[in-house]
Design a protein around this ligand. Sequence first.
Ligand code: ATP
Ligand code: MG
Length: 308
Amino acid sequence: MSNLADSGQSDRATGVSAQSVESPKPVDSPPADRTPSDPGDTSSDEKSLTARHPRWHIRVRGLTKSFGQNRVLTGIDLDIERSKVNVVIGASGVGKSVLVKHFISLLRPDTGEVWVDGTNVFDLDTKELSAFRRKFGMVFQFAALFDSLTVEDNCAFPLREHTKKNKAEIKEIVRDRLSALGLDGTQDKYPGELSGGMRKRVGLARALVLEPEILIYDEPTTGLDPLATKNVDDMILSTSERFHVTSVVISHDMASVFRIADRISMLHDTRLLISGTVDMVRESGIDYVHRFITTSGVTGAFSQRKQT
Ligand SMILES: Nc1ncnc2c1ncn2[C@@H]1O[C@H](COP(=O)(O)OP(=O)(O)OP(=O)(O)O)[C@@H](O)[C@H]1O
Ligand SMILES: [Mg+2]
């Protein structure tokens, strides 16, 4: 069966095997290296990996990872689009967090490559890696704030660690990020005094102080009520627009996914089952994808368009 990733990958790219999909239906997928909505993009050759690509920010090729006997990822070929919201979905334990940890070389693969603007991250030495990681901001499932530090000190922490900015400059940057996320007046509070949604926003403010090019959110809405979830979704969208960052969002929440995603990539059975625009995923005709989404209760996903 043909490749369902529309991201300009070569023939060894993502396949949808009969073994990995239950009752796959025929799919009228676009050619492997272009989507109907992106007729200009053709750079699928391996040479393009070693240079900054205008469209694809992170390029994963042939990524395979096991922990002992436990194979988690097999031959993942995935492209993350610059300045867009790229969502990764899939069942619990399928390997979503493991995949994104490779993006910043928190994990090393058994085989495969991750290219970011022409650099293979696994070629970097310790010093280079430390500089490279400043391109990224991470927002974790539980905001992972320091409980004993105030909101201001939590947000100032990366600036004190990684820059030579003076106190006044740091205060200004922190104030700006907190304000942008609707957190005015929380500077002197401790994380324990905030709601879960506010803590997540503080986590995002902290991730933003170093002006990352890429923001990775690992399940940012887990444990939030529907309104708080909507707030975090709005925050992801407005952050994407205001700071022009490339967003990678791992999410279980299908309502959220269809609110925020420009692209959706789905892991299943150690492989990348599909990666493409929201419409492409919606129209894939793959039974597992359809069931995964509709079982979550988001029945409108197949008839609604993303609301912005
Ligand atoms: N450091 C590690 N050592 C050993 N096994 C690991 C490690 N990290 C992850 N795993 C295993 O890899 C698999 C995928 O884990 P991962 O955390 O990526 O899942 P996930 O898709 O993010 O799940 P969830 O939606 O529940 O967060 C699991 O079987 C997990 O036990
Ligand atoms: Mg996870």
